[in-house]
Design a protein around this ligand. Structure first.
Ligand SMILES: [Zn+2]
Ligand SMILES: [Zn+2]
Ligand SMILES: [Zn+2]
Length: 89
């Protein structure tokens, strides 16, 4: 059930899933990642904060794209970086 805890998450109407099962930035530099996240603004899939390069977090800060979804199979949640808000869907 959606628990809309911030306006950014509340504005996500249909959740974007990953188009690639890899971190696009890690692939370029040959780095490893742990989990994958998909930006809900532009659809890019990047790595989580447990990954060495934390590309999703860096992307959110650099672009102002606030909300990511887990790109892990079976996980259905959204996270907003600026508000540190979390919602399942
Ligand atoms: Zn927010
Ligand atoms: Zn990465
Ligand atoms: Zn983005």
């Amino acid at each position: 059930m959606a628990n809309k805890s911030c306006a950014h998450i509340g504005s996500v109407r249909s959740v974007r899933g990953p188009t690639r099962r890899e971190c696009e930035e890690c692939v370029k530099i040959g780095a490893a990642w742990v989990h994958l996240r998909t930006c809900q603004e532009c659809g890019i899939t990047l790595c989580c904060d447990s990954s060495p390069n934390r590309h999703a977090s860096k992307h959110a800060r650099a672009t102002g794209h606030p909300v990511i979804a887990s790109a892990e199979p079976g996980e259905r949640w959204l996270y907003c970086y600026p508000d540190d808000a979390f919602a399942e869907y």
